[in-house]
Design a protein around this ligand. Structure first.
Ligand SMILES: C[S@@+](CC[C@H](N)C(=O)[O-])C[C@H]1O[C@@H](n2cnc3c(N)ncnc32)[C@H](O)[C@@H]1O
Length: 214
């Protein structure tokens, strides 16, 4: 299939976004979503706040593990796709992450932000991380998975070389351009969190972090 035909096919399908994400991550995105849900839900009935739920691919995994989910996204189209995908205990909210301070404090066992922080500005990320911590219950965990700046050296060079074509592809396939997170570890620490797990894939460019209040 020519690349133009591939674009047309993706654009004309409701699953365009999911197919686009699979292409952009060389098929790794599903594995990431499963890993995110596995660390987010420690027991059935856990209350999970998911920020930037997109088409509900992570939400689906959270629900399958027995979580009760509040899923937010600023895009009404994404929420519609997610609702069509997921059957389970989910409260869908069309709102931006900057409005999570409206949600009750201490109400969640986990706050999950998958492939969404990299869509935000630095100041929005700071606010969202700080407010996410406030939403966690005593033993709550913050789970962040996202695109990371690769470690220095050949991996950083490879990432920079791939960045231009990737940004163009991302715009065509999923309608947004993200920025890899340069120093998530410091951002989590500055939000009063301690990192208890870190996993990296794809030459260090995809990361999963579990953090708890210090
Ligand atoms: C790259 S998608 C990731 C979707 C899903 N979490 C996943 O892992 O496949 C980013 C999602 O975050 C949403 N988003 C981006 N910035 C947001 C914000 N500030 N507030 C709420 N949603 C946001 C977008 O609408 C989009 O659905």
């Amino acid at each position: 299939m020519s690349s133009l035909a591939l674009m047309r096919w993706l654009e004309s399908t409701p699953g365009r976004y999911d197919a686009g994400m699979r292409l952009l991550t060389f098929g790794r995105v599903r594995r990431l979503h499963v890993a995110v849900a596995a660390v987010s839900v420690r027991q059935r009935g856990d209350r999970v706040l998911e920020i930037g739920c997109g088409t509900g691919t992570v939400t689906e995994q959270l629900v399958a593990r027995g979580a009760r989910v509040v899923a937010i996204d600023q895009s009404p189209e994404m929420i519609e796709l997610a609702k069509a995908r997921v059957v389970g205990d989910v409260e869908w909210r069309e709102q931006t992450a900057a409005e999570i301070d409206r949600l009750p404090k201490g109400a969640f066992d986990a706050v999950v932000v998958c492939l969404c922080l990299s869509d935000m500005s630095g100041s929005e990320r700071r606010f969202v991380l700080a407010e996410s911590v406030e939403r966690l219950g005593e033993d709550g965990v913050l789970i962040v998975a996202d695109e990371m700046q690769a470690p220095r050296g050949w991996r950083r060079a490879l990432q920079l070389a791939w960045r231009g074509p990737q940004a163009a592809l991302a715009w065509l396939l999923v309608g947004s351009i993200s920025r890899p997170l340069a120093d998530l570890r410091s951002e989590l620490r500055n939000a009063g969190l301690e990192i208890v797990r870190e996993q990296r894939w794809m030459f260090g460019t995809l990361g999963l972090y579990e953090a708890r209040r210090r």
